[in-house]
Design a protein around this ligand. Structure first.
Ligand code: HEC
Ligand SMILES: [Cu+2]
Length: 355
């Protein structure tokens, strides 16, 4: 192959990579823009290790260059001085790497253990109330369920948490292995079917303001054909707003459709959808996302824009949108276009706040 052609290929690959990766640099999605103490500590560790490694590379390259220049063969007959079996040299190049590893290991191990400490789960204050917020995360093919065991509420797809405090997560899967990851808030943790994994995360208020209170979460373990669509949103609210949301959820009454269309939609829903979907915040129905506050979601099914058209598209051809997902598709024979309009109107009215 012509030389210039090969170079051109390399350049275009790097250009494409740069273009694709530039999409990752968003504050609501980037692990390189930490939004809490946990994420910041992890980020600092990355930078620190990178710094040490860069230093090593620089020193090695300098030594290498000196050796190449100074000791290159000057005549055919010359043999350089042989230093095989030098104790001093052997000790030097064994001790230096050990020191470097220690320098990296001490802070890494310290942070790892500190961040793995979940002994605060279950602690009560003197009034008998839990000291920390705990969220049980259940991963499903391809959606997320969030249960607040101490508050008695369940929601899905949009995780709601308060800022400026540690939030503890107990993570499990209902089917295959998934992984719970909110890049700006910290490292991921596996969701396994057989055991519960625990950790905590936190969000700074100013970082939440910076992204209009919404961070993006992902599944980070290849789990099936729609793995890449297994997204969720994280609403990080101030403590007051969070408490307000909890109150609204707890006091959510049965939905009362406000229009004739929505009333008709309720009927369709009760006939075709109720067997899987719960619409009360205390009902822990593990078959499908809880829709109590669906009207206030950021997305439909985690990935589509939150509007009636996308909602209808989801009901009609959800399997095209998320291949392999477990909700049946409803064609025109099952639900007429009129009924579909009614359903959409009804679902969009499902709200617990600012009704
Ligand atoms: C067999 C159980 C089942 C039935 C019946 C069912 N669904 Fe679903 N539904 C699911 C599952 C599972 C998901 C999650 C799919 C995913 O995201 O992977 C889902 C997701 C959804 C979502 C997105 C939820 C969110 O939080 O964004 C909506 C909206 C929805 N269903 C509406 C309906 C409507 C309307 C009906 C009735 C016409 C219906 N579903 C019937 C199982 C079901
Ligand atoms: Cu997954």
């Amino acid at each position: 192959m012509k030389h210039w052609l090969r170079k051109w290929r390399l350049v275009s690959i790097f250009a494409m990579l740069a273009l694709v990766l530039s999409g990752c640099g968003k504050p609501f999605l980037s692990a390189l823009q930490p939004a809490g103490d946990v994420a910041k500590q992890q980020y600092d560790l990355i930078l620190f290790s990178l710094g040490v490694m860069t230093l090593v590379i620089i020193v090695v390259v300098i030594l290498f260059t000196i050796v190449v220049v100074r000791f290159r063969r000057k005549s055919d007959s010359e043999i350089p001085k042989q230093v095989e079996g030098s104790h001093t040299l052997e000790i030097v190049w064994t001790v230096i790497p050990i020191l470097i590893i220690l320098v990296i290991a001490v802070p890494t191990v310290a942070v790892t253990f500190a961040q793995g400490d979940v002994s605060a789960i279950g602690k009560k204050d003197k009034d008998g109330n839990p000291e920390n917020l705990v969220v049980n995360v259940r991963a499903h093919l391809y959606w997320w369920e969030f249960e607040y065991p101490d508050l008695g509420i369940v929601t899905s797809q949009d995780l709601v948490i308060p800022t400026e405090e540690k939030v503890y997560f107990q993570i499990q899967s209902a089917d295959v292995k998934h992984s719970f990851w909110i890049p700006p808030l910290g490292g991921k943790l596996d969701a396994n079917p057989d055991n519960v994994n625990k950790f905590f995360l936190d969000v700074k208020q100013d970082k939440a303001d910076n992204v209009n209170e919404i961070f993006y979460g992902k599944c980070a373990e290849l789990c099936g054909p729609s793995h890449a669509y297994m997204d969720f949103k994280v609403k990080a609210l101030s403590k007051d707003d969070f408490n307000q949301w909890v109150d609204d959820m707890k006091n959510a009454s049965a939905p009362e459709p406000t229009t004739d269309l929505a009333r008709k939609g309720e009927e369709v829903f009760n006939n075709s959808c109720m067997s899987c979907h719960a619409i009360s915040p205390t009902e822990d129905n593990r078959l499908a996302p809880n829709l109590t506050n669906f009207g206030e979601r950021e997305a439909v099914a985690g990935i589509l824009d939150h509007n009636e058209d996308e909602l209808k598209r989801w009901i009609r051809e959800g399997k095209k949108i998320k291949p392999g997902n477990e909700m049946p598709e409803f064609n025109e024979k099952m639900i007429s276009n009129e009924e579909l309009d009614a359903l959409a109107a009804y679902l969009m009215e499902l709200k617990v706040q600012n009704k």
